[in-house]
Design a protein around this ligand. Sequence first.
Ligand code: GTP
Ligand code: MN
Ligand code: MN
Length: 621
Amino acid sequence: QIEPHYAMLDADTSFTHGAGQPLTTNPHILGYVQEQVALTRPASVYWLDGTRVERDALTQRAVSDGVLIPLNQTLRPGCYLHRSNPNDVARSEHLTFICSEDPRDCGPTSQWLHPSEAYTRMNALFEGSMQGKTMYVIPYVMGPLNSPFSMVGLQVTDSIYVALNMLIMTRAGKVALDQLGPTSEDFCRGLHAVAECDPDRRFVMHFPKDNVILSYGSGYGGNALLGKKCLALRMASHAGWRDGWMAEHMLILGAESPDGRVSHVAAAFPSACGKTNFAMLQPPASFGGWKITTVGDDIAWLRPNPADGRLYAVNPEAGYFGVAPGTSAASNPHAFAMVASHTIFTNVAMTPEGDVWWEGMTEQAPDQLIDWLGQPWNRATATTPAAHPNSRFTVSMWRNPTASPMADSPTGVPIDALVFGGRRADTVPLVLQAFDWSHGAMLGATLGSETTAASTGQTGILRRDPMAMRPFLGYHLAAYWSHWLAMRGRLTNPPAVFLVNWFRRAARDPAAPGYLDAARAGRFIWPGFGDNMRVLEWIVARTRGETGAAESLVGYVPRAGDINLAGLPGAADAADAERILNAASHICLDDWLAETRAMRAYFDEIDAHRSCPALGETEPQ
Ligand code: GTP
Ligand code: MN
Ligand code: MN
């Protein structure tokens, strides 16, 4: 499959490869780059144009610089491995700041810094930081081209790895300069340097009022690919608050039923809770005729459409930056097929044949590997994982065999259902439907997820992650919740809201309703992954008014027989399948009483932070 925006460029005969030169006369773009050159003093400046010619040339340069390691081109054509600095493998939430004049504009989930102090601190770091290096200038669009949803960004960086990732993750190059035009100054200014990659000299700073992002000292995706978490979530959530729309940590999928009707679902799960997997779901065999297509796997921009009163969504990204471990031909066949070619792998292990490997890719590891640190790894004696647990793949969304053609639609897709979900060992049933928008917003606001302690089977520590946005909010949480509630007034036909839990564990007490048997005690009840189609079918049917529900105290729940259990994996027979569903769906009133008290306590805690304390007094995140 070819990527439409690259295909378009190849066909455009009026456009020749820019060879690293600026393809714009926009004085604001040129002026911004000039200022960054004066500050960081690079040896040379390279402007990205977004062509394949350029991508291939930069890839070769990255290989000769040792930034990318070519994988076996017969086994993984167009695939490369990058090993990051071992101190730089995840987002740095405690070094991430929102910089606004008034400290009350952000918190308590985000950290505040006064803009003047932030600029002073960052300018000192960036001063002369690119000496002897090439500065890459990356114009990019977040969102489909020529869409009212879209935003243009300009990122300058000292990292060729970041440049190559941005070419996959965004619509980058000449298309962005064309969309901006020769005079507009409406673009997000982003300055980034990995520099010496020192965790003590590392910050990610956002300036919503100035439309500026400054990121120093890290090459990790969430810190360094400025279009993603920084622009598309933190800056965009702030812009949406101002302009009446929402930027959310949500996947977007299309669910086509056998009669050809398509419904769209957007779902927010905290990091590492299954968005990429759910977005690419392959229905089980008993769901012949159902087809799931992916619009996005991580971020949704949602706008009310005054014409029909519905909520429309676009995926601002053009690629997936997905978690590698756990991805296998069985758990996520589409993702597995997608990363067979033209993928950048970061911090995975390498086989002696020059292929990739990570925990969960096959049942057993190969005998010998080179681990993510570049060291020999031997299965018999290894005490550490071969791939880093947060190792990732970067791949164009158009390589997904079930990519939705609507992912390029400038108007977006109308959303029929919003879904929230986290890891909850108990209390939260497999699925419930909120009574209305406000109830749904409350379920989202109090979304909780447990840190995993899977090895011991113990219940983890519950952490509230409102709307799965805790690390990604660009303004105050209380204002965000008000914005969510107010959004209802802009929708005459709002999506239905659901809460799901794929991670409930079987009770250990034989007398408890969630008990199955000794062998399954403490284990995940629900098979998950492709079998989540069974829940998705009920959700879609609810939005179409085609199935009823039972009313419980905490929401609408499926009635007996509403969920298709044919061929449920792990079920001995039809009766056992029903026991599994009942154990996964059980609503225990004592647990929910405790849950509602905990929700109340959480709201009180946020309320106490209504005016955010100054830097130094904020809680570490
Ligand atoms: P980010 O990309 O960091 O925002 O995370 P994500 O929400 O995309 O998470 P992802 O889909 O990569 O899944 C993370 C982990 O959840 C992996 O270990 C998966 O194997 C596991 N997982 C995903 N779906 C299911 C499911 O339905 N059931 C179970 N038990 N595990 C799941
Ligand atoms: Mn994410
Ligand atoms: Mn993901």
